[in-house]
Design a protein around this ligand. Sequence first.
Ligand code: FES
Length: 289
Amino acid sequence: MDLLEAGARQLDRVERSSRLDGVIDLVRRAVRRVIPPGPVADALHGTWLGHPLHPALTDVPVGAWVGAAVLDAVPDQEAAATALVGLGLAAAVPSAVTGYNDWAAAGREQERLGLWHGLANGTAAVAYAASLVARLRGRHAAGRTLGGLGLAAAMAGAYLGGHLAYRSGTGFNHAEPAWRRLPTSWQPVDELTALPPGRLVRRLVADVPVLVYRGPRSVHVTVEQCAHMAGPLSEGAVAVIDDEPCVVCPWHGSTYRLRDGAVRRGPATMPQPVLKVRIVDDRVEVRRP
Ligand code: FES
């Protein structure tokens, strides 16, 4: 237990170390040249799915390679094990593409650890490619050894991915904790006349920061922390897409429709939670639906 926590703290230190930032900048620029921000990058993030696509795709290569390792221990299953190694390699391609695309839109600290996550998984792919070649040439003992090395690297990559997702907060909905704290009963926000038209402003509702936008016909209120990585939406910009006002996050450019929080541009994959709004005697009130 202590050993695992010590390992996790070491990874926290990796996130704080700036020694490889130059390499990270080079790789990120290369990734963004191949996959520029836009509809393809958004699709690879998983905006159409409502949550990140990469973690779901990683199950296929890891599952296939674990299956190959099991079959390697069973007599006369060389052909089936070889097929699973090949399947894992094929599935590693979309997994890597979505992973690099997410990485290039992450925060600096997550990028630092993500570099090692990608390196571990790249090592796994190289070892499995060599394993596949050996197996296809009939050298199954060498194929098994290389497969073992690949599986060890893939497990290291999976551990780092788990740390990134759950400890470093890459990929979870950062608006959700604040959203859960908002009451379901009507709460005052401000006087309508105190809200500047067409501007994004920050207010507190039950001590929870919210973003308020007063449009020409209605007032929209959402959680202030961006669902992607908790960027301050009140410091963002207003954009009009399809005649509807949207907020653009100042950190990575995620764009949410203010009416319903729908993601119009990634890298966010989850909608920004919006509150119900009513105006009573010139006073704006909100509640969680
Ligand atoms: S924090 Fe990344 S887009 Fe808002």
